[in-house]
Write a protein that binds this ligand. Structure first.
Ligand SMILES: [Ca+2]
Ligand SMILES: [Ca+2]
Length: 246
């Protein structure tokens, strides 16, 4: 009898462990760096160099208007993948759908392997999360709130620039169509320091979002192919010009 109780308990334990393992495996399923390293590397190559300011006139010509991001349609859920971060802050990334309640994407955008690493950062490079499925025309906004050692910023930066301090853009966005999988992506770079104190390098949080599209801005001014990496060259040229003029 004792033996059968032990056996039953053991069986329950094995089942519970299997369920836990299945849950963990599912949570670890989304990782772009592991699932599609070349796509991750492409997106990671677009991350702007640290403290390389992107001037306002260039910010306003980056390919997509981040205030117009929306679900691309189709059956697939929207997925957000962490590409990199160069922030001292521990930023909170949230989203809203059609102006609804704020929902969590990543509660702490930091990693032991990022450009400005934190040993206890919870994210792996390329780690992803599903935002779920949507129906009908759905506008997706992202929100970033800086925190540091128990302090939380009074500012939450929005993809809607007019809601930010001084009305400044804190998000830049670029589209990517992956012909191999027929999927739309938007890569987003976020600046986490407000107003005039900011270095405006838009690399404090960089994410790639599968399954959304956005409206191009100033298309006639954008050379093709336009990448954030290309912008580094343009920004560097601008800096050189300024130095020459000085
Ligand atoms: Ca960091
Ligand atoms: Ca910055």
């Amino acid at each position: 009898m004792k033996f059968s109780i032990v056996k039953t308990l053991t069986t329950s334990f094995v089942v519970a462990t299997a369920l836990l393992t299945a849950g963990t495996a599912q949570a670890q399923t989304l990782n772009l760096k592991q699932d599609n390293p070349s796509l991750y590397n492409t997106f990671n190559s677009w991350v702007n160099a640290e403290r390389l300011t992107i001037p306002e006139n260039i910010v306003s010509t980056i390919q997509l208007d981040p205030a117009t991001l929306r679900w691309a349609g189709g059956a697939d859920p929207i997925e957000v993948y962490f590409i990199n971060e160069a922030a001292a802050y521990r930023n909170i990334l949230e989203f809203t759908a059609n102006g609804g309640p704020r929902q969590m994407v990543f509660s702490d955008v930091s990693s032991p392997d990022s450009i400005r690493p934190e040993a206890d950062g919870p994210l792996a490079l390329g780690q992803g999360v599903s935002l779920g499925s949507f129906t009908g025309d759905t506008q997706i906004d992202f929100l970033l709130t800086p925190t540091f050692n128990g302090w939380t910023s009074r500012h939450t930066f929005s993809t809607q620039a007019e809601k930010n301090p001084l009305g400044l853009p804190h998000f830049i966005a670029k589209s990517f169509f992956d012909a191999a999988t027929n999927e739309n992506w938007v890569v987003i770079g976020i600046e986490d320091i407000d107003g005039l104190k900011s270095d405006r390098d838009f690399n404090d949080v960089v994410i790639a979002v599968r399954g959304i599209v956005g409206t191009p801005i100033h298309q006639e001014k954008v050379p093709e192919p336009m990448t954030l990496l290309g912008l580094i060259g343009i920004a560097a040229l601008g800096a050189t010009k300024v130095r020459r003029q000085a």
